[in-house]
Design a protein around this ligand. Structure first.
Ligand code: GTQ
Length: 350
């Protein structure tokens, strides 16, 4: 590829004249924004093990009362993006949130979409637009853009969950903001029970739900059963994997980030091709080795890692006797909408 002219090649006075009119020559920066074959990627393969993080999270409960935190979260930041940017990848934000018994995280709504993956503890709940969603390990709870949400805790031990938000990309769009609200009135218990079976949806009086986000809670017990059913009945399938979708239309459950759950059978290895999306893996049960870009992360219970896009990823169940269950997040829905989503086989890798 042709080497292009540098900024230093231009006369000082010419550069100054450009700057004075808010103008920039393209050619010295062209290769940086359009590198050949593969994007320049800041996201670094990064792991956030839960056990060493947990004492720091619990300590935050002593150091910072709810009134001073609003959301008591330790953000899992990717060093490739510099920590204060609070990005796990270019589009994905990850945080571990702590709620102590009796505490309440007040109602608000914001433009970024969030999901919660419950990590430990019983007795907490999130109320979303009046629908109360109980939290148990592995449940996925959506708080989509613009919906009121608050978190409460009637249990006896700390509750922790993983927050996944599209905050970095919504912030980059200069479209990220919050509105404070009053405590909500609960008018429904989580209605996920209504969407209990794939292929049938509630249709009282022939009316299908007109809600943009009809299902807000995906109980882990059901997801796990679906994975086990696939593993048992489809021994030939390459990856025992289910996508979290909108049960009314089958589309991704949120518009920017996509979510899935994977089961690795005892001893199994799954090889993902290189895709243009960064990926997050969170261990729900068991243990997994995530190998990509020269890194090997051994995920134990509640560990989380991020792998940049355009890398092949191998996932290996670390146990020969028990299955491994992994929750994933990526920005494939966004990239597909933008038309930049790619899956690379060896043949189409430039
Ligand atoms: O629970 O509403 O990790 O608003 C970051 C921003 C959690 C929340 C986060 C939020 C929340």
């Amino acid at each position: 590829m042709q080497e292009l002219g540098r900024l230093e090649d231009l006369p000082e006075d010419y550069r100054a004249a450009l700057t004075a009119q808010n103008l920039v020559p393209l050619w010295p920066s062209l290769r940086a924004v359009l590198p050949p074959g593969k994007p320049t990627i800041k996201t670094r393969p990064t792991v956030w093990p839960y056990q060493p993080m947990r004492p720091l999270l619990m300590k935050s409960g002593e150091l910072t009362p709810m009134e001073k935190a609003e959301r008591r979260v330790l953000v899992m930041a990717n060093p490739g993006h510099s920590l204060e940017k609070m990005q796990a990848s270019s589009t994905i934000y990850l945080g571990m949130q702590l709620l102590l018994p009796g505490e309440w995280a007040p109602a608000h709504r914001h433009t970024p979409n969030a999901v919660r993956m419950i990590v430990e503890g019983e007795g907490a709940y999130t109320t979303i637009d009046g629908e109360k969603c109980p939290m148990h390990r592995g449940d996925l709870i959506l708080t989509p853009t613009g919906m009121w949400h608050e978190h409460g805790h009637d249990g006896k031990a700390p509750v922790v969950w993983l927050d996944v938000l599209d905050l970095p990309i919504v912030y980059y769009c200069e479209a990220s903001y919050v509105t404070e609200g009053k405590a909500q009135t609960v008018d429904a218990e989580a209605i996920d029970r209504a969407y209990q079976r794939g292929g049938v949806v509630p249709a009282p009086m022939f009316q299908r739900s007109g809600k943009t986000f009809p299902m807000l809670r995906y109980p882990w017990a059901d997801v796990r059963k679906a994975l086990e059913a696939i593993a048992t009945t489809q021994p030939e399938v390459e990856a025992v994997q289910v996508a979290y979708v909108n049960p009314e239309n089958g589309h991704d459950c949120q518009r920017i980030l996509g979510y899935s759950a994977l089961m690795l059978r005892p001893g199994e290895t799954v090889k993902f091709p290189a895709r243009s999306t960064a990926m997050v893996f969170h261990q729900v049960e068991g243990g997994t080795e995530v190998a990509a870009a020269g890194h090997q992360f051994r995920l134990a219970d509640a560990d989380t890692c991020c792998i940049p896009g355009y890398e092949r990823i191998n996932l290996k169940n670390l146990s020969a006797d028990t299955p491994s269950f992994v929750f994933t997040a990526d920005d494939a829905p966004l990239q597909k909408k933008l038309g930049v989503y790619e899956v690379r086989s060896r043949e189409n890798t430039p």
